[in-house]
Design a protein around this ligand. Structure first.
Ligand code: ZN
Length: 407
């Protein structure tokens, strides 16, 4: 494996996760990251496009929550409006209770069964279960002045974050904050009493962009994805600077690529953003062009220093399946894993495009202990593994190009 690629991977990781303060969509750091990606791809001879979308940045300066002078710990829900409210506390723990409640103008504490799962944003179209939509609709209909959500550990849905924000939605306009289930139990005992809630949080209109870098024939192309955005409050090394680094190493390896088979390298901007703006933009730009994609590749959570790199295949025709296995199976550091759908390769899968996804086989540990937290640092990523994936993808593209040429 190339020493040059490995050291370049380490440098890029440091730059994306440490030198750049945050890659949350709408932030200055997010725009620095997309600009860096665009200029690096252009330097490798790619035609680069950076279509802009409107989005929302968000800042907060803490929450004060008191009942008769006693303070409670709470955090502003990401993308929530701020508020200053003095009103009686209502408490509900089930959907049935919520449906019956008269809580207009009050401060509403949601806990227990009602606060088990993070609610999907109301305008999120990819996945939005009916019971979430029902809760959101009831909340809007009941019109409390503000919402307090008390949440526990939910590794499966909220990952490593505790407490997790029940609501993370810039399109939901009732101000909300969240707290631990322990703090929630203490607050629930104050039902009916006057609560003072002051949340200092602001929505800031902003912009972001995807970066699309292309070479070769766009009508028969392999598309490589990694999301470049990160949640607020995390350096986002394994989620997903590592994937972005692989794309940039691949771009370098393709500097002299002159094959007919097109290569499109995309830094998608929105996998960890409530509105998935980059994903929505890429889908709309590729309406009616999905059947031109020979193979879609996505990287998310790759390069964990423990375990192996796991790859998984989705509806690949036999010749592509063979090409993938021929290139990847011989790598001692790679293993074929089962399907998963919680990342951008779902854009390919749901549109019938053959897909290949990369992550780490310690996926569960990463998701439940590291993802979306301050612990997601470059130290947990092995740059050599990123170089290995980039080299394997380069070899795979050349193999697919030879197969196409042989026809
Ligand atoms: Zn991710």
């Amino acid at each position: 494996m190339s020493i040059h690629l490995t050291s370049k991977a380490a440098t890029l990781l440091q730059h994306l996760c440490v030198d750049i303060d945050s890659r949350r969509v709408g932030s200055a750091g997010n725009r620095q990251a997309t600009a860096l990606f665009a200029s690096a791809a252009a330097a490798c001879g790619f035609a680069v496009e950076q279509p802009v979308f409107d989005c929302m940045d968000w800042v907060e300066e803490g929450v004060d929550l008191t009942v008769d002078g006693a303070a409670f710990d709470a955090l502003a829900s990401p993308y929530s409006l701020g508020c200053r409210v003095h009103a009686p506390l209502a408490v509900v723990s089930t959907v049935e209770d919520l449906a019956q409640a008269e809580v207009a103008g009050q401060v509403l504490l949601l806990h227990g069964a009602l606060a088990q799962e993070q609610l999907m944003p109301k305008n999120f179209t990819f996945y939005n279960p009916e019971h979430h939509q029902r809760i959101v609709a009831l909340l809007e209909q009941k019109a409390p002045a503000a919402i307090i959500a008390a949440t526990g550990h939910n590794p499966e849905l909220a990952g490593a974050v505790y407490p997790f924000p029940l609501i993370e939605d810039g399109d939901f306009d009732i101000p909300s904050v969240y707290m631990t289930d322990v703090e929630g139990a203490r607050l629930a005992a104050c039902a009916g009493r006057e609560v003072s809630l002051h949340s200092r949080a602001w929505r800031i209109p902003s912009t972001g962009c995807n970066v699309m870098a292309r070479k070769g024939d766009p009508r028969r192309r392999v598309v490589f994805f990694a999301h470049i955005d990160a949640k607020a409050g995390t350096p986002g090394a394994i989620d997903n600077a590592s994937g972005v680094v692989i794309l940039l190493l691949l771009a370098e390896l393709l500097t002299d690529y002159a094959g007919k088979l097109g290569a499109e390298i995309v830094a998608l901007n929105g996998e960890d953003y409530y509105a998935a703006s980059g994903e929505m933009q890429w889908l709309s730009m590729n309406q009616g062009r999905m059947d031109q994609i020979v193979l879609g590749v996505n990287m998310d959570g790759v390069g964990y220093r423990l375990g192996k790199t796991a790859f998984s295949l989705y509806s690949c025709p036999a010749e592509i399946e063979q090409a993938i296995r021929a290139e990847l199976a011989p790598h001692a550091g790679m293993v074929e894993g089962g399907p998963w759908y919680q990342s951008d390769h779902s854009l390919f899968v749901y549109n019938g495009v053959p897909a290949l996804a990369f992550t780490s086989d310690h996926f569960v540990e990463l998701w439940t202990e590291i993802a979306h937290t301050a612990r997601d640092l470059p130290e947990i990523v092995d740059p050599g593994r990123l170089a290995a994936v980039a080299e394997a993808l380069h070899a795979l593209l050349l193999r697919l190009e030879r197969q196409a040429g042989g026809r």
